[in-house]
Design a protein around this ligand. Sequence first.
Ligand code: SF4
Ligand code: SF4
Ligand code: SF4
Length: 323
Amino acid sequence: MTTLAGESLNSCAGCEVALLNLGETLLDLLPQIQIVHLPVLVDNKYYGQLGQSSRLTLPKAVVGLVSGGIRNTEHLELLHAMREQVDVLVALGTCAATGGLPALANLTPEKSITEFAFTQAPSLAVQGPNAPMPQPKNTSIPEILPQCLPLSAHVKVDMVIPGCPPHPEWIAEGILSLLEGRPAAFPSRSVCSSCPTWRKGTPGNGSEGNRPVRRMLEQPSYDPEAPLSSMQCLLEQGFMCLGPVTLAGCGGRTGSPKCIAARTPCRGCQGPALSSSIPSVEYVAALTAAGINGATMPDKPGYISRFNAACDALLQLRESTRA
Ligand code: SF4
Ligand code: SF4
Ligand code: SF4
Protein backbone atom coordinates (compact mmCIF):
# COMPACT_ATOMS: atom_id res chain seq x y z
CA MET A 1 0.00 0.00 0.00
CA THR A 2 1.48 3.34 -1.08
CA THR A 3 0.71 6.33 1.11
CA LEU A 4 -0.26 9.55 -0.63
CA ALA A 5 -0.56 13.11 0.66
CA GLY A 6 -1.84 16.13 -1.23
CA GLU A 7 -1.84 19.86 -0.60
CA SER A 8 -2.99 22.91 -2.55
CA LEU A 9 -1.04 26.16 -2.14
CA ASN A 10 -1.52 29.24 -4.36
CA SER A 11 -4.16 27.27 -6.18
CA CYS A 12 -7.68 27.74 -7.54
CA ALA A 13 -8.51 24.11 -6.56
CA GLY A 14 -9.05 23.22 -10.23
CA CYS A 15 -6.26 20.66 -9.95
CA GLU A 16 -8.03 18.99 -7.03
CA VAL A 17 -11.26 18.89 -9.03
CA ALA A 18 -9.28 17.21 -11.83
CA LEU A 19 -8.07 14.67 -9.26
CA LEU A 20 -11.67 13.90 -8.32
CA ASN A 21 -12.51 13.77 -12.04
CA LEU A 22 -10.39 10.61 -12.21
CA GLY A 23 -13.78 9.04 -11.48
CA GLU A 24 -13.70 5.26 -11.77
CA THR A 25 -9.92 5.33 -12.26
CA LEU A 26 -9.66 6.79 -8.76
CA LEU A 27 -11.78 3.88 -7.47
CA ASP A 28 -9.41 1.47 -9.26
CA LEU A 29 -6.40 3.15 -7.65
CA LEU A 30 -7.82 3.27 -4.13
CA PRO A 31 -6.96 -0.38 -3.22
CA GLN A 32 -3.31 0.42 -3.96
CA ILE A 33 -3.03 3.75 -2.17
CA GLN A 34 -3.73 5.07 1.29
CA ILE A 35 -4.56 8.77 1.37
CA VAL A 36 -3.14 10.24 4.56
CA HIS A 37 -3.63 13.95 3.87
CA LEU A 38 -5.67 15.55 1.11
CA PRO A 39 -7.83 18.47 2.23
CA VAL A 40 -10.23 18.05 -0.69
CA LEU A 41 -11.01 14.46 0.41
CA VAL A 42 -9.52 13.67 3.82
CA ASP A 43 -9.60 15.86 6.91
CA ASN A 44 -6.24 16.00 8.64
CA LYS A 45 -5.39 18.85 11.01
CA TYR A 46 -2.14 20.79 10.59
CA TYR A 47 -1.55 21.34 14.32
CA GLY A 48 -2.65 17.94 15.67
CA GLN A 49 -6.20 16.54 15.60
CA LEU A 50 -7.07 18.56 18.74
CA GLY A 51 -4.97 21.58 17.83
CA GLN A 52 -2.54 20.63 20.59
CA SER A 53 0.66 21.11 18.59
CA SER A 54 2.45 24.41 18.11
CA ARG A 55 4.31 23.19 15.01
CA LEU A 56 2.72 22.56 11.62
CA THR A 57 3.11 18.88 10.77
CA LEU A 58 1.96 16.69 7.92
CA PRO A 59 1.88 12.89 8.00
CA LYS A 60 4.65 10.93 6.29
CA ALA A 61 3.81 9.63 2.82
CA VAL A 62 5.54 8.04 -0.13
CA VAL A 63 3.97 10.39 -2.68
CA GLY A 64 3.11 14.06 -2.18
CA LEU A 65 0.94 15.84 -4.76
CA VAL A 66 1.18 19.62 -4.50
CA SER A 67 -0.82 22.06 -6.63
CA GLY A 68 -0.36 25.83 -6.80
CA GLY A 69 2.74 27.97 -6.70
CA ILE A 70 4.33 29.78 -3.76
CA ARG A 71 3.01 33.28 -3.09
CA ASN A 72 3.21 33.71 0.68
CA THR A 73 4.99 32.45 3.77
CA GLU A 74 2.24 29.96 4.61
CA HIS A 75 2.59 28.29 1.20
CA LEU A 76 6.34 28.09 1.76
CA GLU A 77 5.98 26.54 5.23
CA LEU A 78 3.53 23.93 3.91
CA LEU A 79 5.77 23.15 0.95
CA HIS A 80 8.79 22.55 3.18
CA ALA A 81 6.69 20.40 5.52
CA MET A 82 5.53 18.35 2.55
CA ARG A 83 9.06 18.02 1.15
CA GLU A 84 10.30 16.77 4.52
CA GLN A 85 7.57 14.16 4.83
CA VAL A 86 7.35 12.63 1.35
CA ASP A 87 9.72 10.52 -0.72
CA VAL A 88 8.46 11.69 -4.11
CA LEU A 89 7.23 15.26 -4.50
CA VAL A 90 4.94 15.79 -7.48
CA ALA A 91 4.14 19.26 -8.85
CA LEU A 92 0.50 18.91 -9.90
CA GLY A 93 -0.51 21.36 -12.61
CA THR A 94 0.90 24.44 -14.28
CA CYS A 95 0.85 26.70 -11.21
CA ALA A 96 3.04 24.28 -9.26
CA ALA A 97 5.24 23.62 -12.29
CA THR A 98 5.80 27.12 -13.70
CA GLY A 99 3.82 29.53 -11.51
CA GLY A 100 0.81 29.49 -13.83
CA LEU A 101 -1.63 32.38 -14.20
CA PRO A 102 -1.03 33.77 -10.67
CA ALA A 103 2.62 34.35 -11.58
CA LEU A 104 1.49 37.03 -14.03
CA ALA A 105 1.54 39.17 -10.92
CA ASN A 106 5.34 39.01 -11.21
CA LEU A 107 5.04 41.56 -14.01
CA THR A 108 4.10 44.13 -11.37
CA PRO A 109 6.17 44.91 -8.25
CA GLU A 110 4.61 43.34 -5.14
CA LYS A 111 4.46 46.75 -3.38
CA SER A 112 2.31 48.21 -6.18
CA ILE A 113 -0.04 45.22 -6.08
CA THR A 114 -0.50 45.50 -2.31
CA GLU A 115 -1.03 49.25 -2.42
CA PHE A 116 -3.58 48.97 -5.21
CA ALA A 117 -5.46 46.11 -3.51
CA PHE A 118 -5.67 47.84 -0.12
CA THR A 119 -5.84 51.54 -0.97
CA GLN A 120 -7.09 52.02 -4.53
CA ALA A 121 -9.26 49.08 -5.61
CA PRO A 122 -12.73 50.36 -6.62
CA SER A 123 -14.43 47.79 -4.38
CA LEU A 124 -12.84 49.17 -1.18
CA ALA A 125 -15.11 50.88 1.36
CA VAL A 126 -12.21 53.17 2.36
CA GLN A 127 -9.74 54.27 -0.29
CA GLY A 128 -6.65 56.46 -0.15
CA PRO A 129 -4.18 57.12 2.69
CA ASN A 130 -6.75 56.24 5.39
CA ALA A 131 -7.38 52.76 4.00
CA PRO A 132 -6.10 50.08 6.42
CA MET A 133 -3.04 48.22 5.13
CA PRO A 134 -2.42 44.62 6.26
CA GLN A 135 0.07 44.26 9.10
CA PRO A 136 1.17 40.64 8.70
CA LYS A 137 4.14 40.91 11.05
CA ASN A 138 1.77 41.60 13.96
CA THR A 139 -0.97 39.14 13.02
CA SER A 140 -1.42 35.59 11.83
CA ILE A 141 -1.83 36.77 8.23
CA PRO A 142 0.91 35.15 6.13
CA GLU A 143 3.36 37.57 4.53
CA ILE A 144 3.24 37.94 0.76
CA LEU A 145 6.53 37.04 -0.94
CA PRO A 146 8.14 39.30 -3.57
CA GLN A 147 7.32 36.88 -6.41
CA CYS A 148 4.97 33.99 -7.10
CA LEU A 149 7.27 31.10 -7.96
CA PRO A 150 6.92 27.42 -8.83
CA LEU A 151 7.72 24.70 -6.29
CA SER A 152 11.08 23.98 -7.91
CA ALA A 153 12.29 27.49 -7.03
CA HIS A 154 12.21 26.44 -3.35
CA VAL A 155 12.59 22.66 -3.11
CA LYS A 156 13.51 19.62 -5.20
CA VAL A 157 10.60 18.41 -7.34
CA ASP A 158 10.61 14.80 -8.52
CA MET A 159 7.79 14.81 -11.06
CA VAL A 160 5.68 17.38 -12.90
CA ILE A 161 2.15 16.51 -14.02
CA PRO A 162 1.38 19.19 -16.61
CA GLY A 163 -1.89 20.99 -17.25
CA CYS A 164 -4.23 23.70 -16.02
CA PRO A 165 -5.76 21.63 -14.69
CA PRO A 166 -4.01 18.42 -15.73
CA HIS A 167 -6.20 16.08 -17.74
CA PRO A 168 -7.24 13.24 -15.38
CA GLU A 169 -5.48 10.78 -17.71
CA TRP A 170 -2.12 12.41 -16.91
CA ILE A 171 -2.83 12.41 -13.17
CA ALA A 172 -3.63 8.69 -13.41
CA GLU A 173 -0.48 8.12 -15.51
CA GLY A 174 1.66 9.94 -12.97
CA ILE A 175 0.32 8.00 -9.99
CA LEU A 176 0.35 4.65 -11.83
CA SER A 177 3.92 5.13 -13.04
CA LEU A 178 5.02 5.70 -9.44
CA LEU A 179 3.10 2.64 -8.22
CA GLU A 180 4.62 0.52 -11.01
CA GLY A 181 8.13 1.96 -10.63
CA ARG A 182 8.47 3.11 -14.26
CA PRO A 183 8.96 6.51 -15.95
CA ALA A 184 5.73 8.35 -16.66
CA ALA A 185 4.73 8.67 -20.32
CA PHE A 186 3.70 12.31 -20.40
CA PRO A 187 3.36 14.35 -23.60
CA SER A 188 6.53 16.03 -24.77
CA ARG A 189 5.55 17.67 -28.05
CA SER A 190 3.65 20.89 -28.73
CA VAL A 191 -0.11 21.43 -28.98
CA CYS A 192 0.34 21.82 -32.75
CA SER A 193 1.45 18.18 -32.93
CA SER A 194 -2.03 17.01 -31.91
CA CYS A 195 -4.01 19.75 -33.69
CA PRO A 196 -6.20 18.51 -36.52
CA THR A 197 -6.56 21.86 -38.33
CA TRP A 198 -5.11 22.13 -41.85
CA ARG A 199 -2.09 24.26 -42.62
CA LYS A 200 -0.99 25.95 -45.78
CA GLY A 201 2.54 25.87 -44.43
CA THR A 202 3.93 29.04 -45.97
CA PRO A 203 3.07 32.63 -45.16
CA GLY A 204 1.33 34.72 -47.76
CA ASN A 205 3.19 37.39 -49.66
CA GLY A 206 2.78 41.11 -50.09
CA SER A 207 0.73 42.73 -47.30
CA GLU A 208 -0.23 39.27 -45.96
CA GLY A 209 3.45 38.66 -45.15
CA ASN A 210 3.42 41.43 -42.56
CA ARG A 211 -0.10 41.14 -41.18
CA PRO A 212 -1.08 42.57 -37.79
CA VAL A 213 -2.15 40.18 -35.06
CA ARG A 214 -5.91 39.52 -35.11
CA ARG A 215 -7.74 39.76 -31.77
CA MET A 216 -10.35 37.24 -30.73
CA LEU A 217 -12.97 39.95 -31.08
CA GLU A 218 -12.83 38.90 -34.72
CA GLN A 219 -14.37 35.65 -35.85
CA PRO A 220 -12.06 32.97 -37.27
CA SER A 221 -13.12 31.42 -40.52
CA TYR A 222 -14.66 27.93 -40.21
CA ASP A 223 -17.79 25.95 -40.95
CA PRO A 224 -19.41 25.01 -37.60
CA GLU A 225 -21.02 21.98 -39.24
CA ALA A 226 -17.73 20.67 -40.66
CA PRO A 227 -15.08 18.73 -38.71
CA LEU A 228 -12.08 20.48 -37.15
CA SER A 229 -9.84 19.18 -39.90
CA SER A 230 -11.62 21.48 -42.35
CA MET A 231 -10.64 24.61 -40.36
CA GLN A 232 -7.40 26.37 -41.30
CA CYS A 233 -4.81 26.74 -38.53
CA LEU A 234 -5.80 29.73 -36.38
CA LEU A 235 -2.23 31.06 -36.36
CA GLU A 236 -2.24 31.04 -40.15
CA GLN A 237 -5.55 32.90 -39.96
CA GLY A 238 -3.69 35.60 -38.03
CA PHE A 239 -4.77 34.81 -34.45
CA MET A 240 -2.34 34.50 -31.55
CA CYS A 241 -2.50 30.76 -31.02
CA LEU A 242 0.21 29.65 -28.57
CA GLY A 243 0.07 26.05 -29.80
CA PRO A 244 3.62 26.08 -31.24
CA VAL A 245 5.24 26.68 -27.83
CA THR A 246 2.72 24.96 -25.52
CA LEU A 247 2.94 21.41 -24.25
CA ALA A 248 0.40 19.03 -25.81
CA GLY A 249 -2.00 16.84 -23.81
CA CYS A 250 -4.88 19.04 -22.68
CA GLY A 251 -7.26 16.73 -24.55
CA GLY A 252 -5.85 13.64 -22.86
CA ARG A 253 -4.10 10.86 -24.77
CA THR A 254 -6.24 11.02 -27.88
CA GLY A 255 -8.44 14.13 -27.76
CA SER A 256 -7.94 17.30 -29.79
CA PRO A 257 -6.55 20.39 -28.02
CA LYS A 258 -9.51 21.72 -26.05
CA CYS A 259 -9.51 25.35 -27.18
CA ILE A 260 -8.93 24.43 -30.81
CA ALA A 261 -11.88 22.04 -30.55
CA ALA A 262 -13.88 25.07 -29.38
CA ARG A 263 -12.52 27.03 -32.39
CA THR A 264 -10.47 29.42 -30.26
CA PRO A 265 -6.68 29.82 -30.11
CA CYS A 266 -4.56 28.02 -27.55
CA ARG A 267 -3.64 30.32 -24.63
CA GLY A 268 -0.77 28.21 -23.37
CA CYS A 269 -2.29 26.74 -20.20
CA GLN A 270 -0.36 23.44 -20.29
CA GLY A 271 2.85 25.42 -19.88
CA PRO A 272 5.81 25.49 -22.24
CA ALA A 273 6.55 22.54 -24.52
CA LEU A 274 9.65 20.82 -23.20
CA SER A 275 11.58 21.69 -26.32
CA SER A 276 10.89 25.41 -25.82
CA SER A 277 13.74 26.79 -23.78
CA ILE A 278 12.61 30.42 -24.20
CA PRO A 279 8.99 30.21 -25.38
CA SER A 280 8.63 33.96 -25.82
CA VAL A 281 11.49 34.06 -28.34
CA GLU A 282 10.33 30.92 -30.12
CA TYR A 283 6.81 32.27 -30.36
CA VAL A 284 7.90 35.44 -32.09
CA ALA A 285 9.67 33.20 -34.61
CA ALA A 286 6.43 31.22 -35.09
CA LEU A 287 4.50 34.45 -35.70
CA THR A 288 7.06 35.57 -38.25
CA ALA A 289 6.90 32.21 -40.01
CA ALA A 290 3.12 32.65 -40.26
CA GLY A 291 3.58 36.06 -41.86
CA ILE A 292 2.40 37.97 -38.78
CA ASN A 293 4.08 41.12 -37.52
CA GLY A 294 5.02 40.31 -33.89
CA ALA A 295 5.35 44.03 -33.11
CA THR A 296 1.55 44.35 -33.32
CA MET A 297 1.06 41.88 -30.47
CA PRO A 298 -0.85 43.46 -27.55
CA ASP A 299 0.58 43.17 -24.00
CA LYS A 300 3.58 41.14 -25.14
CA PRO A 301 4.96 39.90 -21.78
CA GLY A 302 1.50 39.24 -20.39
CA TYR A 303 0.35 37.37 -23.46
CA ILE A 304 3.36 35.22 -24.25
CA SER A 305 4.22 34.48 -20.64
CA ARG A 306 0.64 34.03 -19.48
CA PHE A 307 1.32 30.69 -17.82
CA ASN A 308 5.06 30.83 -17.19
CA ALA A 309 5.78 34.37 -16.05
CA ALA A 310 7.64 32.88 -13.09
CA CYS A 311 10.05 31.01 -15.35
CA ASP A 312 10.33 33.00 -18.56
CA ALA A 313 14.03 33.64 -19.07
CA LEU A 314 13.51 37.10 -20.56
CA LEU A 315 11.30 38.26 -17.69
CA GLN A 316 13.79 36.95 -15.16
CA LEU A 317 16.52 38.83 -17.01
CA ARG A 318 14.41 42.00 -16.81
CA GLU A 319 14.01 41.44 -13.04
CA SER A 320 17.74 40.96 -12.53
CA THR A 321 18.57 44.13 -14.45
CA ARG A 322 15.93 46.04 -12.46
CA ALA A 323 17.51 45.02 -9.15
S1 SF4 B 1 -2.87 24.80 -12.60
FE1 SF4 B 1 -4.80 25.74 -13.25
S2 SF4 B 1 -6.35 24.46 -12.29
FE2 SF4 B 1 -4.44 24.05 -11.22
S3 SF4 B 1 -4.40 25.46 -9.48
FE3 SF4 B 1 -3.36 26.49 -11.19
S4 SF4 B 1 -4.97 27.72 -12.18
FE4 SF4 B 1 -5.99 26.19 -10.92
S1 SF4 C 1 -1.01 27.18 -34.19
FE1 SF4 C 1 -2.88 26.63 -33.11
S2 SF4 C 1 -4.41 26.22 -34.69
FE2 SF4 C 1 -2.37 26.20 -35.66
S3 SF4 C 1 -1.75 24.06 -35.64
FE3 SF4 C 1 -0.92 25.00 -33.80
S4 SF4 C 1 -2.46 24.63 -32.22
FE4 SF4 C 1 -3.44 24.28 -34.21
S1 SF4 D 1 -5.60 24.41 -26.23
FE1 SF4 D 1 -3.97 25.43 -25.08
S2 SF4 D 1 -4.99 26.85 -23.66
FE2 SF4 D 1 -6.56 25.43 -24.46
S3 SF4 D 1 -6.67 23.83 -22.90
FE3 SF4 D 1 -5.19 23.17 -24.47
S4 SF4 D 1 -3.16 23.84 -23.75
FE4 SF4 D 1 -4.74 24.94 -22.59
